[in-house]
Design a binder for this molecule. Structure first.
Ligand SMILES: *Cc1c(COP(=O)(O)O)cnc(C)c1O
Length: 450
């Protein structure tokens, strides 16, 4: 039997991040300010360090990873690539299935890959405090962990429904020294306005972003940090895909299809973009973003300029969106409940270079349980989306006899999501298709541009 774990040496951690902008057929659509004109770097400099602003607009193909960031990466990177022999056997598929396991990071997901970098650049520019939002708590815990490493105070606005569903994620953030508040809060104008209209608001990522951005913009010592969506975040996550390419070389294989769960697009971009360069060079490879049927941003959203937050404090980005005032149903893959998507992923999807599918909640948990029972690891509910789509393809290969190489990103473990698994086992989880009327309605709330 061929190898199960494909490992790299610490010395093989990438020295540079890969910037997909260099290989895109068209330049990215620019973010727009309130006047409908492309924003300059100044608009971002109020809440981000200059080095991050430069990365946000860079078209350089390779961007060097600072040595101190690589040193911290060594705590858990390179992450393993696994060949899922036992899952393949269970499915009886001729396809070869591989997965990259990002749950080996201390916070349990891919998110620290960018948290380390963002905290480092903020530290270089003398920033003392960072604010951020978190949905499921994966991002908040990642930033909390690195904040302490760099002596930066971290305040986290956590979507209320997740704050209640995932109390131990909050405990983790507090263990790492962060302050955590259930959003909407009464600490910001954005939060107070929402509470005045909807006292029982379950919160949303969009609302929590408004709160964190408002606070960062109003304090000189404080910057804002975002765990997904923006170009620099996807850039930092390319360590995943770059490592995986070296790992595939070691076993002399190469993926035909790559699957990743897609919320704001960071782990999808991180794993898939380094392969897009090969695709641009003529390689036949399919890159599939997998999203929940209850929050079908790419598969059913509008491709239009919209705000990144609920209130409209951020620049407008051209992206697939369900409308910035979208409050998603309380499904358990908290990290996938975002109204928009990365502008880079959106543009590449619009141009047909990446594809997307949506899957139902119950089917994702079924896939996650099947995975846990064969491969051992209990996946995050977000990751279950990629597993579902990958298993579906493996079963298709069983019908056709194709020996495709399938690869998915196991973006995190589910150790803090066992309450969701309990609900699945007791039959309390439901499928929820986002209604077409709500999607049409969102069109009327999009900002008018041009
Ligand atoms: C946050 C998160 C996601 C979704 O976010 P992306 O930015 O789309 O990657 C997926 N999986 C896990 C485990 C997460 O924590």
């Amino acid at each position: 039997m061929s190898q199960t774990k494909i490992l790299l040496e610490e010395s093989e951690i990438p020295t540079h991040w890969y910037n997909v902008v260099a290989d895109m057929p068209n330049p990215p659509a620019p973010p727009l300010g309130p006047d409908g004109q492309p924003i300059g770097p100044d608009a971002l400099a109020a809440i981000f360090p200059n080095a991050i602003v430069e990365q946000e607009v860079s078209a350089e193909r390779w961007i060097e990873i600072p040595e101190e960031v690589r040193e911290i990466y060594r705590l858990w990177r390179p992450s393993p690539l696994f060949r899922a022999h036992r899952l393949e056997a269970k499915l009886g598929t001729p396809a070869r299935i591989y997965y990259k396991y990002e749950g080996v990071s201390p916070a349990g997901s891919h998110k620290p890959n960018t948290a380390v970098a963002q905290a480092w650049y903020n530290k270089q520019e003398g920033v003392k405090r960072l604010t951020t939002e978190t949905g499921a708590g994966q991002w908040g815990s990642s930033l909390a962990m690195v904040g302490e490493m760099f002596g930066i105070a971290v305040r986290v606005y956590m979507v209320r429904v997740s704050y209640e569903q995932k109390p131990f994620r909050r405990s983790m953030m507090q263990t790492w020294g962060a302050e955590v508040f259930p959003s909407p809060t009464d600490k910001t104008e954005a939060g107070r306005n929402i509470l005045a209209q909807h006292p029982d608001s379950p919160g949303s990522l969009g609302i929590a972003i408004s709160e964190a951005v408002e606070e960062a913009a109003s304090r000189k010592d404080t910057n804002y940090s975002l765990g997904s969506v923006l170009n620099h975040v996807l850039l930092h996550q390319t360590v995943i895909g770059l490592e995986s390419k070296k790992q595939f070389e070691k076993v002399d294989d190469y993926p035909d299809m790559i699957f990743a769960p897609c919320g704001g697009g960071s782990n999808f971009g991180g794993v898939a973009f380094p392969y897009l360069a090969d695709k641009a060079g003529g390689k036949d490879i399919e890159l599939v973003a997998v999203e929940p049927a209850s929050c079908p941003t790419l598969t059913r959203g509008h491709y239009a300029y919209d705000f990144g937050d609920a209130v409209g404090l951020t620049p407008m980005m051209k992206m697939y969106t369900l409308g910035h005032d979208f409050v998603p149903p309380g499904i358990h893959a908290g990290g996938l409940r975002y109204h928009g998507d990365s502008a880079l992923v959106s543009q590449l999807y619009n141009e047909g270079l990446v594809s997307a599918v949506s899957v139902n909640q119950l089917a994702t948990f079924e896939a996650g349980v099947q995975f846990a029972q064969t491969e051992g690891i209990i996946p995050a509910p977000e990751s279950n989306h990629a597993i579902r789509a990958c298993i579906d393809e493996a079963l298709r290969c069983k019908e056709t006899g194709e020996t495709k190489t399938l690869f998915f990103n196991l973006s995190g473990h589910g150790h803090f999501d066992m309450a969701s698994y309990d609900k699945f086992f007791s039959g309390e989880l439901e499928d929820f298709e986002y209604p077409a009327e709500a999607i049409d309605e969102a069109l009327h709330h999009l900002p008018k541009v041009g």
